[in-house]
Each structure stands twice: as structure tokens, then as C-alpha cells.
Write a protein that binds this ligand. Structure first.
Ligand code: ZN
Length: 204
């Protein structure tokens, strides 16, 4: 196990051990120790989850890009980069799972390097960061919230593009889409959002 992954695993073990200290009789202590051993064993499998979301305002004349795929539409997200909410939510869930901060920390709005950048670059960079910290990605699940247009025909291409940027197989990336039922900013066609979760594992 490498770098940050090993540090986090050690933290998990020591916090479990600390919880085991207390004034109890010997049999309840034995049961407690067995439970703690089980907990420590499952923690040492090194699985970690992360959650991410993103929201951008829509405006006329902007390109609509999701998962690196350009979708024909007369509006698109306003943003410093290409406003790819799917890629941004996935970056955040992966960084969160690895305890590596968030997208704003690694790709600040103020940096000219990222102005109008393709968000596929963010995904590639996040994969490098996870690699360096000793984590492998197991799977990602994401939902895009958008009132129009219908995204279903574009979803396989998005899954493929995101998987490619992260060095994964398409089956490891799931993308779904929902309308906002006419409610909130998404439902009124004013915004686009995405939510994503990831499962990662520390390499041993
Ligand atoms: Zn964003």
C-alpha cells in the first residue's frame, strides 16, 4: 500500500483501537475486541467512497459539453472552464474519496491555465493524483439534472469518454439523466447539475 492510502489505513486502525479502550468486564471486553477486530479487518480492505456535485447556470450561445461530448443545443453552462458538470462532479467525488480536497483546490478559477479548458484534462489529472496516492477506482455512478434536451442518446458516448480519461472500462462508469419536473432552477431550464459517487480502493 502506498503513500496517502497507507496513512489513511493506519488512521483507521488507530481510531478503531482507541474506541476499544474503556472500563468493561472481561467477557464484554472480549466481545468488544472481536467486534473491533472485524471492523479493523473490513477497514483494512481499503474501500472508500466519495460524493461530488456541481451546478452551473445556463446561458444562450454557450456550448453544452457533458462528459467531454458536445451536445447540440442552443444553451450551455456558464463557467471558467467548459462547464462540464458531469466531469466536475466526478472529479469531486474521486478527490473526496481519496481525501485529496476538491476541484477548486486543484483547478482554481483564478488560474489562466484552466480558462476554457476541456474538463477531460481535469479527469486525467485527478486520476494521476489518485494513482500517486495509491488508490484504484472501482466504479463511478452519476446523475445529470437537465430539463432539455433529452440526453439518453448521448449517454453511452459520455460513459466511454469519461472512462477513457480515467483509464477505466466503460462498464465502470454509469451515467443517468433526469429532468427537473418543471421545479427548481434545473426544472425551469435555468441550470444544469450533476451528482456523482465513486468507490475507490487502496492498492495493497
Ligand atoms: Zn463546474
Amino acid at each position: 500500500m502506498l503513500g496517502k492510502a497507507r496513512d489513511l489505513d493506519n488512521m483507521n486502525r488507530s481510531s478503531v483501537t482507541a474506541k476499544g479502550r474503556g472500563k468493561r468486564n472481561s467477557s464484554s471486553r472480549a466481545v468488544g475486541r472481536a467486534k473491533l477486530a472485524g471492523a479493523a479487518a473490513s477497514l483494512s480492505s481499503g474501500f472508500r467512497v466519495g460524493i461530488g456535485n456541481d451546478l452551473h447556470r445556463l446561458a444562450p450561445g454557450r456550448k453544452l459539453i457533458l462528459g467531454g461530448i458536445e451536445i447540440p443545443f442552443d444553451q450551455g453552462p456558464v463557467g471558467h472552464s467548459d462547464g462540464d458538470v458531469l466531469a466536475h462532479a466526478i472529479c469531486d467525488c474521486l478527490l473526496g474519496a481519496a481525501h485529496l480536497g476538491d476541484i477548486g483546490r486543484h483547478f482554481p478559477n483564478s488560474a489562466t491555465e484552466w480558462k476554457n479548458a476541456s474538463s477531460l484534462r481535469f479527469l486525467r489529472r485527478v486520476r494521476e493524483l489518485l494513482d500517486a496516492a495509491g488508490f484504484s477506482i472501482i466504479n463511478i455512478d452519476a446523475t445529470i439534472g437537465l430539463e432539455r434536451p433529452k440526453l439518453a442518446p448521448h449517454i453511452p458516448a459520455m460513459e466511454e469518454k469519461v472512462a477513457e480519461a480515467l483509464g477505466l472500462r466503460p462498464g465502470q462508469v454509469s451515467v443517468k439523466a433526469k429532468s427537473g419536473e418543471g421545479l427548481d432552477a434545473v426544472g425551469k431550464g435555468e441550470a444544469i447539475r450533476a451528482d456523482a459517487v465513486a468507490l475507490i480502493q487502496a492498492r495493497s
